[in-house]
Ligand binder design. Structure first.
Ligand SMILES: *[C@@H]1O[C@H](CO)[C@@H](O)[C@H](O)[C@H]1NC(C)=O
Ligand SMILES: *[C@@H]1O[C@H](CO)[C@@H](O)[C@H](O)[C@H]1NC(C)=O
Ligand SMILES: *[C@@H]1O[C@H](CO)[C@@H](O)[C@H](O)[C@H]1NC(C)=O
Ligand SMILES: *[C@@H]1O[C@H](CO)[C@@H](O)[C@H](O)[C@H]1NC(C)=O
Ligand SMILES: *[C@@H]1O[C@H](CO)[C@@H](O)[C@H](O)[C@H]1NC(C)=O
Ligand SMILES: *[C@@H]1O[C@H](CO)[C@@H](O)[C@H](O)[C@H]1NC(C)=O
Ligand SMILES: [Zn+2]
Length: 928
């Protein structure tokens, strides 16, 4: 083994013995290991011992770590890691994978250096392998790509710094998320993963793939990036992520242990082996190679790892012993990357997939499309926190230099917020599928993170504007109506589109305005207004919107908008007993109930904004706003408390009915990035039998959805993740709020019925939809920057009294505005003299004549206050140098594998971004 290491890299002096199946050898990756423990002429069964540790769900992340509140759920991650390490030491054949770095990191900090040494050795030898390796296993429907990249970066950075290249996960492991986003696959590919494994997909899709042996496939996850940049091998696990039936040997399970004393009455080895062989052979019939994988573990298992390992040791021993008698089944301890390596060696071609895995149904009436909207207030708070962290906290920390962390306003940091945001990406966090007390804990963590960030921001702004006046922050979620505005003289806006752009403005102008429409209001003493771009009409009889026009492009569509609710199923129903709940959306009837056919209206007009306020019911109202300078129509909806005195759960939607001629097609984005086409009652890869005409047509809307015909495109940009559908032609509906009275039997054990001390009658939620009407070929030029502005909303702070004469009124961290196609995705302090930079091209290759073109940016000419002394390019998750990245290549069944085009940058500093490309750099910088 060492000889092979030396052969591949002569300078390598071995310090650790590389494990036979592990591709990592003292930091060197070895492909095609010659002495694999598997046998080529046999069916090789890869047993993967694992635990699935939710970063919060029924208990908070802290309760799970310590094993507190075992009355709610028996689970303690610290004991799992203790126990697994002990058991791995006992037998060098045993393996384990670990996934959630949020937990591992806490455990690691508490270990003695002797234990840390032992664990390092286990990692070097491939006996303990990290898979996925982000801070958490993110939700895929409701997370924004920027937050997902961040949470992966934090976790993978810890693994690299602690374990070096042997700690770098090769495999993405999303065994539990409730449907799978194409953008996630694209990100994983760009993070250097060789493959992805998951457990949940639509039951019809699975049946079809089992028949066709297509449970292992090649996912082409971008229509803009050149293959294989966003190609990801994807494997669907056979039993979700559970062990095969009858083979669960955890302390929580009741399956019989292997009783192998032949002198005793209850000897069962023959029976166990026979059952196991039957399962293995059966499983092999629905996969392509002579290797199959079995997940041996489940939620929070291995707290007493001895139970599992003792029985697995015996299983392997007794099954393999039969080989002497001619059995052709070989069982081995394995890991997902060892298994993947074997699939790669098989050198087959794989089915190609270009759509995504939404929506997910596990039975005919069980569509997991409710969580796209569940806990709308938490979803919004998470999105605001993301903007604050990305644009405000991270960037001002860089620009302000060390004084931002320790300065006139005390000590602050961005780490607390980064970790709180990372935890919030978990698939039971922002998804809204946790218990109420856990949701409260996620929100509390975000608030605490923001407190730490505020100190950074105050310190940094004091330095940048040469004014140490105290800053007042508007912590209310509804910042746009912050009461401070009217009484303070000067307001600072930290810009979003030109990040780090800071202006002081006259508060009098501002108090009329919604902060995302601040563009024109930068002069101190005058309020500047410009002409109107849009026009709307209302039906005088009903008070509802009736048309929308774009005066620039001379387009007009009929547009009626109203609010409705679906009667949530209570489970007492002939077809199935499935109720609507935190995960599942199941309306009782396909026709939603109207809330009111008419709205009472009132009009308010100032020179900057015209508003029409509409009241539909005591619990549903809306403000329709048209700003003079804006190309978008704002619908600010307020819904709640949703009445339940009729004992009916309600799922509240708003529906836009237009004259746009669609034919059962609409479009939604994936994690805030690329847009996918959706067709009613249709799935691109199998013949759908539709059993839920509404819920089965819902898709996640992360930041935008649109409908279009040849003439008109109506785009709706949302301020948080929501579910939506186009049930009738020309129509688009978005679910805003849900209040439900039954649990939906997916484990959370609570009805989604949000109340709090502020809202004892039920949660009231307010949010905004931004509508734009464009010609289809130019629509992206509007909605791309608009959605970025909504996601990365600027921050307002206020200062009292007069500004002193040397206060800088305006400051930009950028030398010049970036080209419109380019967005500064990340600028964050990495270590003392280095910052991490991500630049992205924010257009898809097909969507804009003007902007879907390569753009070149000069890294040295980006910043006004930083000298860039050096730059090195990294993979997307910043845990590997770009030039060291090498991934398995896979051949799709259908098309020819395109040649990998290599693009050369013009020089070291001039970097070119092609449509949808994100490039990550570590910059060595000096403050000017
Ligand atoms: C994989 O298969 C292709 C086509 O069948 C063949 O040309 C190639 O040599 C094989 N590669 C390996 C490593 O066996
Ligand atoms: C913010 O919203 C809450 C809840 O709707 C409301 O009670 C509060 O008054 C609002 N704040 C302002 C400043 O309007
Ligand atoms: C924010 O930056 C953009 C791009 O540089 C600029 O057009 C806009 O005026 C700025 N907004 C404010 C409020 O300063
Ligand atoms: C802000 O603008 C208003 C309206 O133009 C003006 O009356 C007021 O004096 C300005 N305030 C300051 C502090 O410049
Ligand atoms: C809602 O569904 C229930 C059955 O679960 C039914 O009894 C009730 O009449 C429905 N409500 C309305 C308003 O149709
Ligand atoms: C990984 O960690 C090592 C040790 O701290 C560091 O030297 C190296 O630069 C890191 N690699 C990357 C790609 O950040
Ligand atoms: Zn989970």
């Amino acid at each position: 083994i060492n000889a092979i290491c030396q052969l591949q890299r002569p300078e390598f002096s071995h310090t650790s013995i590389c494990n036979r199946c592990h591709e990592c050898c003292g930091g060197l990756r070895v492909l095609y290991w010659p002495q694999l423990p598997n046998k080529p002429d046999m069916l090789n069964v890869h047993l993967v011992p694992h635990t699935h540790d939710d970063v919060g769900w029924l208990k908070t992340v802290d309760q799970y770590y310590y094993g507190d509140r075992n009355d709610i759920q028996h689970a303690g991650v610290q004991y799992i890691l203790d126990s697994v390490v002990d058991q791995l030491i006992k037998n060098p054949d045993r393996r384990f994978i670990y996934v959630e770095t949020a937990f591992f990191y806490r455990w690691w900090k508490q270990q003695s250096s002797a234990t840390q040494q032992t664990v390092k050795q286990l990692v070097d030898e491939g006996r303990l392998e990290f898979v996925n390796g982000g801070w958490c296993m993110s939700d895929e429907a409701t997370t924004h790509y920027s937050a997902v990249i961040d949470q992966m970066t934090i976790g993978l950075r810890f693994l690299n710094e602690t374990f070096g290249p042997c700690g770098r996960p090769r495999v993405a492991w999303h065994i539990d998320p409730f449907g799978h986003a194409r953008e996630h696959a694209s990100m994983f590919a760009q993070m250097g993963y060789d493959g992805l494994f998951f457990g949940r997909l639509d039951y019809q899709d699975r049946a079809h793939r089992m028949r066709e042996k297509e449970q292992e496939l090649l996912w082409r996850a971008s229509d803009s990036l050149t293959p294989p940049m966003a190609d990801l091998f994807t494997g669907i696990l056979p039993n979700g992520y559970n062990p095969p039936e009858g083979f669960c040997w955890d302390q929580f399970c009741d399956d019989p242990p292997i009783r192998d004393d032949p002198d005793l009455e209850d000897y069962n080895v023959d029976d166990v082996v026979k059952r196991f062989l039957a399962i293995a052979k059966n499983q092999a019939t629905v996969y392509k190679t002579n290797h199959i994988i079995m997940t041996m573990g489940s939620d929070f298992q291995y707290e007493n790892a001895n139970l599992w390992y003792k029985n697995l040791d015996k299983l392997i021993h007794y099954v393999n012993a039969l080989q002497a008698k001619g059995s052709k089944v070989n069982v081995l301890y394995s890991t997902p990357s060892c298994y993947l390596q074997e699939l790669h060696r098989a050198n087959l071609t794989w089915a190609l997939k270009t759509d995504d895995f939404f929506p997910y149904a596990d039975d005919a009436h069980d569509f997991w499309t409710g969580y796209f909207t569940s806990r709308p207030a938490l979803k919004r708070y998470e999105r605001i926190s993301n903007g604050n962290l990305q644009v405000i906290c991270n960037q001002l920390e860089v620009l302000g230099g060390p004084v931002s962390r320790k300065g006139p306003f005390g000590e602050g940091d961005s780490q607390t917020m980064k970790k709180a945001m990372a935890v919030a990406q978990h698939h039971d966090a922002v998804s809204g599928t946790e218990k109420q007390h856990v949701a409260n804990d996620y929100a509390r963590k975000l608030a605490e993170g923001w407190q730490h960030c505020q100190v950074v921001v105050s310190n940094s702004l004091a330095g940048l504007s040469s004014s140490s006046a105290e800053r007042i922050y508007c912590d209310n979620l509804n910042v746009s109506v912050c009461p401070l505005t009217e009484t303070r003289s000067y307001c600072s806006i930290i810009n979003n589109t030109d990040p780090m752009h800071l202006v002081h403005v006259n508060c009098t102008c501002m108090c009329f305005l919604n902060i995302i429409h601040m563009t024109k209001y930068r002069k101190l003493n005058i309020c500047v207004y410009v002409l109107q771009f849009l026009q709307v009409t209302f039906d005088p009889d009903t008070g509802l919107l009736s048309s929308l026009s774009n005066l620039e492009t001379k387009q007009t569509i009929k547009l009626t908008q109203n609010f409705y609710w679906y009667n949530a199923s209570d489970g007492k129903n002939m077809d199935s007993s499935q109720p609507s709940g935190a995960y599942i959306f199941r309306p009782n009837s396909s026709t939603p109930f109207g809330i009111s056919r008419t709205a009472k209206t009132e009009t308010v007009q100032t020179s900057v904004v015209q508003e029409v306020r509409q009241w539909f019911a005591p619990w549903v109202s809306q403000v329709v706003r048209l700003y003079t300078d804006s190309r978008t129509l704002e619908l600010e909806w307020t819904v709640g408390p949703v009445p339940i005195d009729d004992h009916l759960g309600k799922e509240v939607i708003t529906r836009l009915d237009t004259s746009i001629k669609t034919s059962e097609i609409f479009y939604t984005d994936s994690n805030g990035r690329e847009v996918l086409q959706r067709r009613k009652d249709f799935r691109p890869t199998w013949q759908l039998k539709q059993s839920e005409p509404i819920a089965g047509n819902y898709y996640p809307i992360n930041s935008r959805a649109f409908i279009k015909d040849d003439e008109d495109q109506l785009t709706v940009v949302t301020d948080r993740s929501q579910g939506g559908a186009s049930i009738q032609n020309g129509s688009l509906e978005i679910m805003l709020h849900r209040r439900l009275l039954y649990d939906d039997f997916r484990g959370v054990g609570e009805p989604l019925n949000e109340i709090s001390s502020i809202f004892p009658e039920g949660l009231v939620v307010r949010g905004r939809l931004l509508l734009s009407l464009d010609r289809p070929p130019t629509a992206a030029d509007t909605h791309r920057p608009l959605a970025q502005q909504v996601v990365l909303q600027p921050l307002l702070t206020f200062t009292d009294g007069e500004l002193n004469s040397n206060t800088r009124l305006e400051f930009s961290g950028l030398q010049a505005a970036l080209p419109p196609a380019v967005h500064l995705l990340t600028l964050t302090q990495w270590d003392k003299d280095k910052v991490l930079l991500r630049l992205e091209h924010q257009f898809q290759s097909w969507e804009s004549k003007r902007n879907s073109k390569p753009v070149t940016v000069n890294l040295q000419k980006l910043f006004s206050t930083l000298d860039v002394l050096g730059a090195s390019e990294l993979n997307l998750s910043a845990n590997q140098w770009k030039d060291e990245m090498s991934r398995f290549d896979w051949t799709p069944q259908t098309d020819e594998k395109p040649l990998l085009k290599t693009f050369e940058d013009h020089s070291d500093w001039e970097v070119t971004l092609r449509p949808m490309e994100i490039r990550t750099f570590l910059l060595r910088v000096r403050l000017r």
